[in-house]
Design a protein around this ligand. Structure first.
Ligand code: ADP
Length: 487
């Protein structure tokens, strides 16, 4: 197979370093697989420590000596907007590549992932010339002010569930603040990130500002984390990898932002609008094949409506169309790879063995590709593995509740704290729970509502730091205090 792959859509498969497309120094490549049919889409250059060294030097030089951090902030914003224009012009091709590589329905990539990514970069483009310090009334005859300066070279390591969107969440604030970047996309889904790097260059982002090194976690990822030339790591992925990153980055004292997993409670009271709550419960778990860190995977339903509500949710799951992600009527594509597929199937097995009732789903779909039926378990108890662990697939655990105090304790009884949702018409109850739930995001009468302006991130072991919004900039800025004697 030629390096560029057999599909004419796939044009970038090499490393992007210092504005150049280069093979890995080792000459190695790895296959990226289409999860719908398990066939190889393309062979991608496999970066490791030597390539990371090259990329960090380029990013370092671009930061320390290049024009990006030095140009007028408003011009940086303009270039970012132009980058978005290029993404918009290629939205259909990008959606197709995303869908091929990740398996998500192309209509979702086209209408959700990419528009959100564009919005995120445009939002941060608007911030570029609004990042400012303050003057501080200190004691004595001094002028004291702060400057907000870019942190430097950002190492960015992203997962495979939203490849384009995760790149945008990372590049948006980094570019706006004047940082430079070495990004490692997930080994399952490197293709759209490489295409975005191409578009960034076309839009005028200078060489060395964005570098992309596809490869594996323990080699390319670990090299970014340990490199002394990298000032900050932004990571989205699993808690286990995050713990490695915390340990491996300690030696060089890197700033860290970590956005990790969840086992988010989605709570439905009897007084809610039950039709929209059922939709919210359905989308909350099944969006993106269940591969969302904020998936509403624990559905708490008030006892008095439990059976009729579960019926609605089961009915929606049964109607969900699983199949070819390029078919416009498909709601759910395959899981991203064999490992994820097998992990999900083993949790389904565990759920059955532990005595939960599989109300719908529970089987593989077809015998080629990694398709899993939308699955709903009822009679789940808090201590079961399917109520405790992040499954990262289309598997919902339904739990009953009757008492609100006990509900809060149970909803919070997890090491995670990424998101939560409450469905009720009672305004006081909604706000009491919004306060009591230990999660970085609480949705009331909605689920998965994201906005580039609204910060997102975790309590507890769901991570630290926030992405999006003004808070998302903080992770890419240092505060400098300047004190000037006047008298
Ligand atoms: P998932 O289980 O969702 O694949 P991971 O945490 O394994 O989550 O992967 C998320 C990202 O972290 C991927 O880009 C992966 O290659 C990278 N990664 C995995 N292990 C390491 C590591 N030891 N150091 C740095 N990055 C890693």
């Amino acid at each position: 197979m030629p390096e560029s792959g057999s599909d004419p859509l796939i044009r970038q498969t090499q490393l992007f370093i210092d504005g150049q497309w280069v093979p890995a120094q080792s000459g190695k490549t790895f296959d990226t697989i289409n999860p719908s049919n398990e066939e190889v889409i393309a062979r991608v250059a496999e970066g490791d420590a030597d390539d990371v060294e090259h990329a960090v030097l380029a990013a370092r030089r671009a930061f320390d000596e290049g024009p990006w951090a030095r140009m007028d902030a408003r011009d940086r914003g303009k270039i970012m907007h132009r980058f978005c224009d290029f993404i918009e012009a290629e939205i259909d091709e990008l959606a197709a590549i995303e869908s091929l590589d990740n398996g998500k329905p192309v209509k979702d990539a086209r209408s959700v992932d990419i528009p959100l990514a564009i919005e995120c970069i445009r939002y941060y483009a608007g911030w570029a010339d609004k990042i400012q310090g303050s003057t501080i009334p200190v004691r004595g005859d001094f002028l004291c002010y702060t400057r907000r300066e870019p942190v430097g070279v950002a190492g960015q390591i992203i997962p495979w569930n939203f490849p384009i969107l995760m790149a945008a969440w990372k590049w948006g604030p980094a570019l706006a603040t004047g940082c430079t970047v070495v990004m490692k996309p997930a080994e399952q889904t490197p293709l759209t990130c490489l295409r975005l790097a191409y578009l960034a260059q076309q839009a005028g982002i200078p060489d060395g500002v964005i570098n992309v090194v596809p490869g594996f976690g323990p080699t390319a990822g670990a090299a970014i984390v340990q490199h002394p030339g990298v000032d900050k790591i932004a990571f989205t992925g699993s808690g286990e990898t995050a713990q490695h990153i915390i340990r491996q980055s300690a030696g060089t004292m890197k700033r860290l932002t970590l956005e990790l997993g969840g086992k988010s409670p989605n709570i439905v009271f009897a007084d809610a609008d039950l039709e929209s709550a059922a939709e919210g419960a359905h989308i909350g778990i099944h969006l993106n094949q269940g591969q969302c860190c904020c998936a509403g995977s624990r559905l708490f339903v008030e006892d008095s409506i439990h059976d009729s509500f579960v019926e609605k949710v089961v009915d929606l799951s049964r109607k969900r169309r699983v199949g070819d992600p390029f078919d416009p009527t498909t709601d759910q594509g395959p899981q991203v790879d064999r490992d994820q597929f097998e992990k999900i199937m083993s949790y389904i097995d565990k759920g059955k063995k532990d005595g939960a009732v599989c109300a719908t789903g529970g089987q593989r779909v077809g015998d080629r590709g990694f398709f899993v039926e939308p699955t709903v378990f009822t009679e789940v108890r808090d201590e079961m593995a399917i109520a405790q662990d992040e499954i990262f697939g289309p598997v919902l655990s339904v739990l009953r509740f009757s008492d609100m105090e006990e509900l809060v304790r149970r909803a919070n009884a997890t090491t995670y704290g990424l998101a939560a949702a409450v469905w009720t018409r009672d305004v006081s109850k909604a706000h009491i729970l919004a306060k009591q739930l230990r999660a970085g995001t609480v949705w009331v009468n909605c689920y998965d509502v994201f906005d580039a302006a609204a910060p997102f991130g975790g309590f507890k072991q769901s991570g630290f730091g926030r992405e999006l919004g003004q808070r998302g900039l903080d992770a890419y800025l240092e505060d400098k205090t300047v004190t000037v004697r006047l008298g």
